[in-house]
Design a protein around this ligand. Sequence first.
Ligand code: ZN
Length: 160
Amino acid sequence: MQIESNSAVAIDYTLTDDQGTVIDSSQGGEPLWYLHGFDNIIPGLERELSGKSVGDRLQVSVAPADGYGERKEELQQEVSRDKFGDADDLQEGMQFQAQTDAGPMVFTIVGVSDEVVTVDGNHPLAGVPLNFDVTVKDIREATADEISHGHIHGPGGHHH
Ligand code: ZN
């Protein structure tokens, strides 16, 4: 069986940046299940997995445009600290969701001073070249329910 649209696929993966630092990995845990053809994973990786079989191992370098996008500097903004009310434990690295003209967005605090909080709406991996080492562990046909929901159910997937 080969990976194609509507395949439920389990992969082991390790993701590193160009310095070799591990960003994320399934090592030591369960494989990642995803539904092929539904943008469950980044496009640059999904494309390379098409046609692969169980046991295939691939190394894929994904440019930011095919990963989490390029950084948009305009998404980094300084916000008056007053806007955060009386919160006094604001720290770099904290994330929060805010309504914007483009809908809800997740922001990360990247700087805190007495007057101003600097927030960044970029995905933390925007602008980062990604290197995946992936092994295909399992492939099955997705169920009709999974296809209508656009994600995998059961072990390694959604429970609802
Ligand atoms: Zn579902």
